[in-house]
Design a protein around this ligand. Structure first.
Ligand code: NI
Length: 173
């Protein structure tokens, strides 16, 4: 298991549509392990494969916010939304690829998601509250969409400029 570097926006790999996973192989299992370790280390509540430069349809999440609570890691391969609620929820979202920037995003309050698990079986589950927001945010990543793409152009450009500056500073070391 190893920690993978997380790509910072703007990066062309964060704007690509990721490819479906044909089947669960030892490589996919190792990738999921690395993604979970990287997510918990960050720390974050979700991480999608494109964020570590792997253009495959897989994301991990654990939206249990209480640090005392038992971990609930989920690995979702080829996830799809089969139902969304009409009622909406607004969360102040953030993203490991856009460090220290937050903004309100409104999404369906509940979603039903289907995915392939590491056990090779199809799973289905309803998510609500932070889990629903996180699941939709991560699914967006697999389609090259960032949470700032749901915000106004002015806010998006302001955040993007900050990230360009951050990347320049980090490159200088
Ligand atoms: Ni994100």
């Amino acid at each position: 298991m190893s920690l993978r570097p997380i790509l910072i926006h703007p990066d062309p790999r964060l704007k690509k549509v990721a490819e479906p996973v044909a089947r669960v192989t030892p490589e996919i299992e190792a990738l999921a392990d690395d993604m979970l370790a990287t997510m918990y280390d960050a720390p974050g509540i979700g991480l999608a494969a494109p964020q570590i430069g792997v253009l495959k349809r897989i994301f991990v999440m654990d939206a249990t916010r209480d640090p005392e609570a038992e971990r609930q890691p989920l690995v979702l391969i080829n996830p799809e939304i089969s139902w969304s609620s009409e009622d909406l929820n607004t969360y102040d979202e953030g993203c490991l690829s856009i460090p220290d920037q937050y903004g309100d995003v409104t999404r369906p309050a509940q979603v039903r998601m289907q995915w392939l698990g590491l056990d090779g079986k199809t799973h289905e589950r309803d998510f609500d509250e932070l889990w629903a927001t996180c699941a939709q945010h991560e699914l967006d990543h697999l389609n090259g969409i960032l949470f700032i793409d749901h915000m106004s152009a002015i806010k998006r450009q302001m955040i993007t400029r900050k990230m360009v500056k951050l990347k320049r500073e980090r490159a200088r070391g």
